[in-house]
Design a protein around this ligand. Structure first.
Ligand code: FAD
Length: 355
């Protein structure tokens, strides 16, 4: 299908909704920028006046294979609010406070309300919404939720996900859904329904095998200096997950399994089984055995798969085994991870084993 294929004129939206519709060059130009460097004209702009308008527009796009782009203040910095899509702008008519409970300090708002407006309302009660993004005079609560925004005080008060109790949403299939506290059994049933639709044959399904897991963010994951390894690496050669190394004890596989993967990959190359090697390993919290352990030699393998597999099996990858093999309880992390965690010969995970 051509990139900008639109089978029916989008202006048909005008015939069965009450929202405002714009597809003139000036309006499309106005919505072709956010705070990013991308400048992409939308197909058209729709400004709904009611929930019914939104549902109708979403169904129309679904039936006609048109992508949708919700938009609040448009202050996103990474191009999230520009694309060849139908822009649905919630900021003009969905900016009301629906309900306020002073005693419980909770508020129900429409997605297009701007943060400063919400805080203006809360001020006489001695309250304020604690996610203080610097774009507060433009940013909407809907856009902040979309971006999981943080503010200067997020270490103390948390980010959006810590301050939003529930969201009533219209999904891209036009269905309404309430995201809030979820019953784990209901989630299990829904997920299993979905899995059987897409996965053939046998599978094993673990849902939160360690039980409820609610503590996240800096308090749960890292110490003072723990930052995402992706951020530290500024675009690494090796794809990594989101975890940080620093500040974590080696029972956390973010750290220990990364060291173990390095150890294994280096040994595979050193033992002349391949010229290049990348190890991929995945865990679920609460399960010792990795869910995945795979070896990619990028076509440079020099021995049969069975030889490589046999070699790999000598490197246990359960967290406890890794800690023991690399003696991770006796590492001086402060010293040993200075100027990169990798590449210094005296570290245990850099050693070439005598196998
Ligand atoms: C100078 C500058 C400073 C910034 N400072 C901060 C900061 O301190 N902290 C921070 O976290 N961010 C910051 N940002 C990024 C951005 O301003 C915030 O993330 C802001 O909260 C986004 O709100 P918005 O209403 O402009 O959302 P938009 O940019 O319009 O949208 C954000 C995302 O949410 C989606 N979205 C919008 N509305 C809805 C909806 N109703 N339903 C579903 N999805 C929706 C959009 O599609 C998009 O993906 C900054 C940006 C700039 C330019």
């Amino acid at each position: 299908m051509p990139k900008d294929f639109v089978p029916v004129p989008l202006s048909e939206l005008k015939t069965f909704t009450n929202g405002e519709f714009y597809d003139d060059e000036f309006s499309k130009g106005r919505y072709s920028t956010d705070a990013s460097i991308y400048q992409i004209q939308p197909l058209a702009v729709f400004i709904p006046k009611s929930k019914d308008d939104v549902i109708k527009a979403v169904n129309f796009c679904l039936n006609n294979n048109i992508s949708i782009l919700p938009r609040g203040g448009g202050t996103s910095q990474c191009g999230q609010t520009v694309n060849r899509s139908l822009v649905i702008d919630n900021s003009k008519y969905f900016n009301k406070i629906i309900d306020f409970d002073e005693k419980n300090k909770t508020c129900t708002v429409e997605p297009g309300i701007v943060l400063d407006e919400l805080n203006k309302f809360l001020k006489p009660f001695g309250l304020w919404f604690p996610v203080d993004v610097s774009t507060s005079s433009r940013a909407t609560i809907g856009g902040m939720a979309g971006n999981n925004s943080c503010g200067g005080r997020s270490l103390k008060y948390g980010m959006m996900r810590d301050n939003v109790l529930s969201i009533e949403a219209i999904l891209n299939d036009g269905k309404e859904y309430c995201f809030g506290d979820i019953d784990i059994d209901e989630l299990r049933i829904n997920l299993e329904d979905m899995i059987t639709k897409y996965v053939d044959g046998k599978y094993k399904f673990d849902l939160n095998p360690s039980g409820s897991f609610v503590k996240g963010g800096p308090a749960g994951d890292t110490g003072l200096t723990g930052r995402k390894i992706v951020v530290d690496a500024y675009g690494p050669t090796v794809p990594v997950g989101g975890g940080a190394f620093s500040g974590k004890d080696p029972s956390k596989v973010d750290r220990s399994a990364a060291y173990a993967a390095r150890h294994l990959a280096k040994n595979i190359v050193a033992h002349n089984l391949a010229d290049k090697c990348q190890i991929r390993v995945a865990y679920a919290i609460g399960k010792a055995e990795p869910y995945e352990l795979s070896v990619d030699t990028f076509g440079s393998q020099k021995e049969k798969d069975s030889v490589v597999n046999d070699f790999v099996s000598k490197f246990g990858m359960k967290p406890g085994v890794i800690i023991e093999r690399l003696d991770l309880l006796n590492v001086n992390y402060r010293e040993d991870t200075l100027f990169s965690h990798f590449g210094h010969e005296n570290r245990n995970w850099e050693k070439i084993e005598d196998i």
